[in-house]
Design a protein around this ligand. Sequence first.
Ligand code: PHE
Length: 349
Amino acid sequence: MNATEWKEKLSAIRDSFSVSIAKKPAENPEALEQRFLGRKGELALLLRDLKDIPLEERKPLGALGNAAKQEMEAKLAELKGSAPAAGPAVKADLDLTMPGWPLPKGTLHPLTHTMNRLAEGFLKLGFTMADGPLVEDDYHNFEALNFPPFHPARDMQDTFYVAAKDQGGKDMLMRTHTSPVQIRALEKAQPPLRVFHTGRVFRSEAVDASHSFAFHQIEGLYVDKNVSMADLKWTAATFMKDLFGSGVKTRFNPSYFPFVEPGAEVDMSCIFCKTGERCPVCKGTGWLEVMGAGMVHPNVLKAGKCDPQKWSGFAFGGGIERFAMLLFGIHDMRMLYENDLRMLKQVNL
Ligand code: PHE
């Protein structure tokens, strides 16, 4: 065989390889490899024939043969789906007609976003997150919070009872507020203590624009030496400013909750009021009631095994839906649960 014949043969092998590799459906790549590149494959045999060709002509032919070999190896690797990084590797499952950017991105539910914002505010003030169960016993939801049995204040919160009883045979219920987390936190750790909790609560209430039978609350508890009402006022004001901006004012009105003394309602200045108009959100009063708060009642400290002579504390709690509605300008609470995409997609971080 002379050099010209050898080149013709190489080109014939390359042609037949190209035809084989382009076949649809694709041929088995291992079989192709064996046939062309194997020890007794077509290319290997041809390379062996080089020995019959005079040395000075042999060199460029060898280079041609090696180039053909590399090309075939690359094509085979591509066929096996393991194409080398170099070169545009187009795999069958990559649809180049798909839109590339922007990628569709999930959004946070306005309530989740509000809870995250509240949590950030409290973490910044050195509060840590505490937890408690949704199905509570009467002790944590009421008794330890200074609601004795038959106390009329129990009627302030219409309770869903569940069929199960606790170990002492007492009623179990869906927690009506997040305040039982105060007791659970005190049971776990002694003061100084700074904790908050956000979570779901349940009340047997008719659903309307501002009520739901399942909603969310935030709870905060701070117990230390010499904690005063002034600390509570500063914390509440800072927290409101963090959420609604530095222009927001806070005021306290006397109120009653069995687990605090003195107790207060916390109002914030209305963020929707425009001068000269009767505001539909605050009904023209200029103030919105947002939280309950007060100094932790000595009986609650005792239930948490803390000596009220030594420790004092404040607690506060409020509805998260209310905050979300104010933050997003939502006028009907039911919209938060209807999963209308226009509602769900508005938190775009
Ligand atoms: N738990 C009370 C409620 O659900 C709110 C509150 C919390 C009041 C903490 C005082 C202190 O209305």
